[in-house]
Design a protein around this ligand. Structure first.
Ligand SMILES: *Cc1c(COP(=O)(O)O)cnc(C)c1O
Length: 376
């Protein structure tokens, strides 16, 4: 069976883990953690980066940082992973879902303003498949209504947005805060792992405290205070050096990983184009303001029936393709709470989107040949 995902190892992971272990410092915030954080700050224009144990944790830190309280409203797409919402639900927020765009699972920025109320505190754009949301509009609305923007950049490492001013910015460097994931299903991995990107200076000091269990331990180790103690709420959000060492081996090879993934993506795209048109299937769209980081190759089928048939056919041919999110407003947990609008575009992607295997060592030509033989 061709798997849907297969974690890629660059070869240096165990070597760096051994270095970390031998250094005698295996708790968090050591040399490898700092290397990884610096990588994000220097390559992607992020003001301050903090490694976390997951993207979920980075989102929870963001919710604490913007002081989400009972009754606050947070606007986000429904076609996303549960963590995007859970981080805010845990702090008592009410989630307001905005529909997806017609041409992309990303949120439809033209539908945002109608959902803003005096209780709205934040907008959480999710860069689905690593493709940018329309950030100019989102940031302008946030400014106008005094809201925070937290980018869910879980899938968006090494992807960019070009605004109307022509400046190309890395995803995760635009919102006040952003969260990345290094889960083994993402492009750059550490098993479990994540990163909080802090782009608004006002959050930097407090973020470090929340990250270190609510203590000013980081400032203490820099010699800024002469003893450390409990100064705020917090939790254990920082990963051990063992995880950071693994991640560093991946980041060192980011260019290579990205270029191989992109070649697989482009192979799918060019060789499946005619077949897709013949079968009324849509291939992924990359808007002019965004880039493709080859996180995912998906198909949008013409119906649920067509998708079910295609998934079945591929399974019979030993290829594991999968559908994606069951939109959150229809989830067993949130549908009893949610009393918002219908989200027809979100529902469409829930029913019709499917993903093909995409990982470093995948053999796309084999999969393409099988697919092209369907419904002949
Ligand atoms: C993977 C993912 C997450 C969660 O990441 P973890 O690191 O597993 O916590 C959150 N949001 C989106 C959009 C994701 O794809």
């Amino acid at each position: 069976m061709i798997p849907f995902n297969k974690p890629y190892l660059t070869g240096n992971e165990t070597k760096y883990i051994e270095e970390a272990v031998k250094s005698g410092k295996i708790s968090g915030n050591g040399i490898f953690t700092k290397k990884c954080q610096h990588f994000f700050e220097s390559n992607y224009g992020i003001k301050k980066a903090l490694l976390t144990t997951s993207c979920t944790d980075a989102l929870e830190m963001a919710a604490i940082l913007i002081n989400i309280k009972e009754g606050d409203e947070v606007i986000m797409p429904s076609y996303t992973f549960v963590s995007t919402a859970n981080a805010f639900v845990l702090r008592g927020a009410k989630i307001v879902f905005v529909d997806s765009r017609k041409d992309h699972p990303n949120l439809d920025e033209s539908k945002l303003e109608a959902l803003i109320t005096p209780k709205t505190k934040a907008i959480v754009p999710v860069h689905y498949a690593g493709v940018a949301c329309e950030m100019d509009t989102i940031m302008a609305l946030a400014k106008k209504h005094n809201l925070f923007v937290i980018e869910d950049a879980a899938q968006a490492v090494d992807s960019y947005y070009t605004g109307k001013d022509g400046v190309k910015k890395a995803l995760g460097s635009i919102g006040h805060l952003a969260a990345f994931s290094f889960h083994e299903t993402k492009n750059i991995i550490s098993g479990e792992g994540g990163l909080l990107a802090i782009n608004d200076e006002q959050f930097v000091d407090r973020a470090e405290i929340i990250w270190e269990k609510g203590t000013n331990r980081s400032a203490f180790f820099r010699g800024e205070v002469d003893k450390y103690g409990w100064v705020d709420i917090g939790s254990s959000f920082l990963p051990s050096e063992i995880i950071a060492a693994f991640l560093w081996a991946q980041l060192e090879n980011l260019k290579k990983i990205q270029s191989v993934r992109k070649s697989h993506w482009e192979n799918y795209y060019s060789k499946l184009s005619d077949w897709a048109t013949e079968n009324q299937i849509e291939l992924p769209k990359i808007p002019s303001y965004g880039t493709n980081n080859a996180h995912m190759f998906y198909l949008v089928c013409k119906s649920l029936e067509q998708r079910t048939a295609l998934l079945e056919y591929l399974k019979k041919n030993e290829i594991l393709a999968v559908f994606h999110y069951i939109s959150l407003h229809k989830s067993p947990f949130y549908q009893v709470i949610y009393n918002g609008n219908e989200l027809p575009e979100t529902d469409k992607f829930t029913d019709t989107l499917m993903r093909l295997p995409l990982y470093y060592e995948v053999e796309t030509d084999f999969i393409i040949k099988k697919i092209a033989k369907t419904w002949k």
